[in-house]
Design a binder for this molecule. Structure first.
Ligand SMILES: [Zn+2]
Ligand SMILES: [Zn+2]
Length: 337
């Protein structure tokens, strides 16, 4: 089978021909991959940011496909079931897993890092990392539902907003940002988006934003709309916009760190958090519940996955490079068939 592998850190991933994976072991299934999401995390992996990743390895951690073979002891799914996967395999036994917070399982293993990823025609994965892909949701949409939409759902739930809340999304045209705009809108909130890419503005309005700000000093503009400040900022950029994001919040507001946040350090004036009662929440991926809810929202057309391009395995390096340059509107995927 063809697969895109990272041979060593800080090298360009390559497409190679590998033997098909051997049949699934106990508790595992073999999935024919329909589509894989292309994620900023893959860039961080290839740059060596996650020490638990051990090249050479097949990259990619978000996918949807069809079950081709089922290992011993697997009650669900059966052969032929369409599935979407979590980006990791949870242990299934610890307190976090039992509480439905398997995204916080310390024994989880991440696809494309600690185990073989899904930039491949076939992948073997534990059945407990899978949920059913609804019939009317395509593989491309399924592939980005966990890492993007599910993660956002997880974070927005943690923020426990009132129905009349104002939400500001930074990087509003990016892979995570444009879905954050849609999701916040679908949940009934007023949505302001910030972007530094003027050409993405029409698409962000198309995703449902009530207002799109393009100034680097967007906190001032946001406060012209909501004078006391917004209830929630969904920060998808990181360091570069963090100060403006904090300034945009009302007293008692919340900042979600989610998605393509860069790996660098940021400085925060602690008094700014304390005196204004601001909370900072890091969102660590999605649980199976989040993934199921994300797929349901997609199925009901309340969130429309925005796929900027569907590329081949060979084009993964180029696609990753374009993420660095913040070029795509929405999410890129690898389409296998
Ligand atoms: Zn991802
Ligand atoms: Zn666990």
């Amino acid at each position: 089978m063809k697969a895109t592998i990272l041979k060593r850190f800080q090298s360009v991933p390559e497409v190679v021909d590998l033997p098909d994976p051997l049949g699934p072991g106990p508790g595992e299934v073999l999935v024919k991959v329909g589509a894989s999401g292309i994620c900023y995390r893959d860039l961080l992996v290839s740059e060596g940011y996650f020490p638990r990743a051990k090249p050479p390895l097949i990259l990619g951690h978000e996918f949807a496909g069809v079950v081709e073979e089922v290992g011993e002891g697997v009650e669900w799914p059966s052969k032929g079931t369409r599935v979407a996967s979590l980006p990791y395999v949870q242990c299934g036994r610890c307190y976090r897993c039992i509480s439905g917070e398997e995204n916080l399982c310390r024994s989880r293993v991440f696809l494309g890092e600690e185990v073989a990823g899904c930039y491949a025609e076939r992948v073997i994965v534990r059945s407990r990392a899978l949920v059913e892909l609804p019939q009317d949701v395509g593989f491309e949409a399924g592939a980005i539902s966990a890492c993007v939409i599910g993660t956002l759902l997880n974070g927005i739930r943690q923020a426990a907003l009132n129905p009349n809340a104002h939400v500001l999304v930074t990087g509003g045209g990016g892979g995570v940002g444009i879905h954050a705009v849609q999701l916040a809108k679908a949940m009934g909130f007023s949505v302001i988006a910030a972007t530094h890419s003027e050409w993405k503005v029409p698409a962000i309005y198309g995703a449902g934003a009530d207002q799109v700000l393009t100034s680097p000093e967007f906190s001032q503009e946001a406060k012209r709309t909501v004078s006391e400040g917004v209830d929630l900022v969904i920060e998808t950029v990181g360091q570069r916009t963090l100060d403006q994001s904090l300034r945009s919040l009302r007293w008692g507001g919340k900042l979600l760190l989610v998605g393509n946040v860069d790996a660098g350090a940021a400085s925060i004036q602690l008094a700014q958090l304390i005196l204004r009662g601001v909370s900072v929440i890091g969102v660590n991926n999605s649980s199976r519940r989040d993934l199921m809810e994300a797929l349901d929202l997609v199925k009901k057309r309340r969130v429309r996955p925005i796929i900027s391009s569907a590329v081949s395995l060979e084009s993964v390096p180029e696609a990753l490079q374009s993420l660095k340059d913040a070029k795509p509107i929405g999410r890129q995927v690898v389409k296998l068939w």
